[in-house]
Ligand binder design. Structure first.
Ligand code: HEC
Ligand code: HEC
Length: 513
């Protein structure tokens, strides 16, 4: 069932013109499932929180009322079209008309559900109609309903959102128990897993074929879902929908992207507001004021005692309630005047970034072919690995065992001066993340040499493993390092042998280049 949602553009003048549609998804196993909000969203002042939740809900909906917002680069499924005037002299019954489609009308046929997006009919209380017949030669649709006739120029959609709905169903069945309804990596099984399931809501994925500044391409997500992540609990879904020509997998890829966009939108909007309008921020502010008043007051008292009559009496600190009141007034103005623009810019930014990820210009393409994997190349690689330029050993250890000196350090949290409570590396989500033991030959991002090249070239996003390509190391240097690193698992058994596919690494992935 599809229905048009009209509320979003009304209060967001900048978004008008973009069609927003709600897809009411049929009941799944969890009728009560909700998208959980971030702790930082829940910590906002009530009006600020409402602002964020409304913006995110309007653009994305709820698990049972998904919104297909055509601003986002998501394949929502279905096809849109425009009603064409009849040819000259042609007489068509009121329930038949020609359509010019924006894409391929493959799925359109008897029984398809049709939604009017613009025109007089779109406003009727029953926006859906059912297709009785479709003739692809004359592009003529015949409808069951005999109601009001569409006019030339009216926009319609058939099966809109079908792919996202399918993606949601696949996700709820196979992924939800680890990755959580909102993609927060906090499903019921998650707490028992190390590393934890990915929280998609930063819009960050680790193992991509894209440059370090870019998001994951569709193909990257497809690959992870197909083959899983070796050495972690992320399973392989090689057999998912194996008789459906890849439909279920493609749908869940879109759903993961969509959840990532939703999560990033929430995070970025909260970040805009939390500095001035969070409960905990105001409590800290009030404490700070109280303390500085106490300090100033004791200075004043001292000065008075010493006979200084000119000492200026400090202003009393503002109570929390006063601070809240002032923040509330400021917030009201911000929400009315600036926030709609913030929402628009944020969604543009996210949509552009995800669009770019699938642009071939975002892919890592080595400028030179793999350097011949011989003893000389591996030795060059080893020297680079130990060099001050690459410093791989500081994390991975001189012998590659993942025990470099960096694991003894207290690391700073990103974007802050605070350090983590535990020694060693952490990922951007705040989870402890030891450097890989490279002697084990386990490559989470894929074990083809080109995969390892990509890891070194662009680093591992969301982790402290830095990017070396383009700046620090030449492509031929990276190949030497790849040759060295990939020889480490075999070094002790066969000191100078060429690494070959080891039997314990079952071929779950194509071994190429
Ligand atoms: C048994 C738990 C589990 C299930 C079920 C599961 N995952 Fe994962 N998934 C993980 C873990 C753990 C990681 C993180 C591994 C890491 O950090 O190296 C992960 C990571 C991912 C990533 C991130 C890849 C990257 O490059 O950052 C994606 C995407 C993903 N899973 C998608 C899915 C999808 C889609 C499904 C369902 C079809 C699914 N997962 C089912 C546990 C699971
Ligand atoms: C600041 C610490 C740090 C430095 C420096 C570093 N790495 Fe890493 N590296 C890591 C961490 C942490 C991981 C584990 C990431 C994960 O599993 O999410 C990792 C993972 C890897 C992996 C495994 C990739 C996979 O697909 O599983 C390889 C290979 C690797 N690093 C090679 C290198 C090489 C080569 C260098 C130097 C050119 C290097 N690293 C420098 C921290 C570092």
């Amino acid at each position: 069932m599809l229905r048009c949602k009209l509320s979003l553009p009304c209060w967001l003048p900048l978004m008008t013109g973009l069609c927003v549609l709600v897809l009411t998804v049929g009941c799944g196993k969890n009728p009560e499932a909700q998208f959980a909000w971030r702790d930082s969203t829940l910590d906002l002042l009530p009006k600020a929180r409402e602002g964020v939740e409304t913006a995110v809900n309007d653009a994305f909906g709820t698990p049972h009322d998904l919104v297909a917002w055509d601003k986002l680069p998501v394949h929502f499924g279905g096809v849109q079209g425009v009603v064409q005037p009849p040819a000259e002299g042609e007489k068509l019954p009121a329930n038949q008309f020609h359509v010019q489609w924006d894409g391929s009308p493959d799925g359109v046929g008897a029984g398809s559900e049709l939604l009017w997006m613009t025109g007089a009919i779109a406003k009727s209380k029953h926006p859906t109609a059912v297709v009785v017949k479709y003739d692809d030669v004359t592009k003529t649709l015949e409808l069951k309903s005999k109601g009001e006739a569409p006019a030339a120029g009216d926009r319609l959609a058939v099966g809109l959102g079908s792919q996202l709905q399918l993606g949601r169903m696949v996700y709820m069945k196979n992924c939800n128990h680890c990755h959580g309804v909102a993609g927060d990596g906090n499903g019921p099984t998650a707490q028992y897993l190390n590393p934890r399931p990915r929280d998609y809501r930063l819009g960050l994925f680790k193992f991509t074929s894209t440059l370090s500044s870019e998001k994951a391409a569709r193909e990257d997500l497809d690959r992870i879902i197909t083959y899983g992540i070796p050495g972690t609990y992320m399973p392989s879904f090689l057999l998912l929908g194996n008789n459906d020509g890849g439909k279920e997998k493609a749908a869940v890829v879109e759903y993961v992207r969509w959840l990532a966009m939703r999560g990033e939108m929430e995070k970025r909007l909260v970040d805009e507001l939390s500095g001035d309008y969070s409960e905990s921020g105001l409590v800290t502010e009030a404490e700070k004021e109280k303390k500085s008043y106490a300090d100033a007051k004791s200075e004043y008292d001292k000065a008075r005692k010493a006979g200084n009559k000119d000492a200026e009496k400090p202003e009393p600190a503002q109570a929390l309630s006063q601070l809240k009141k002032a923040a509330g007034e400021e917030l009201k103005k911000f929400l009315e005047e600036d926030f709609p623009g913030t929402i628009n810019d944020t969604s543009d930014f996210i949509a552009d970034a995800w669009k770019r990820a699938d642009d071939p210009a975002s892919l890592i393409v080595p400028t030179v072919a793999r350097v011949t994997d011989d003893a000389a190349s591996r030795e060059r690689g080893r020297l680079l690995y130990m060099s001050d330029k690459a410093k791989c050993y500081t994390c991975h250890g001189a012998k590659g065992r993942g025990n470099g000196p960096a694991i003894e350090d207290f690391w700073k949290k990103p974007g802050s001066n605070d350090t983590y409570a535990r020694r060693g590396l952490h990922d951007t989500w705040g989870n402890p993340l030891p450097p890989r033991d490279l002697t084990r030959g386990q490559y989470r991002g894929g074990r083809r040499p080109i995969d390892v090249f990509a890891r070194v070239y662009a680093g591992i996003k969301g982790t402290p493993m830095p990017a070396f390509g383009g700046t620090v190391l030449k492509d031929s240097d990276i190949w030497d390092i790849v040759n060295y690193v990939m020889s480490l698992p075999f070094e002790e058994q066969i000191p100078s042998a060429k690494p070959a596919a080891a039997p314990h690494m079952a071929a779950t992935e194509p071994v190429g280049q």
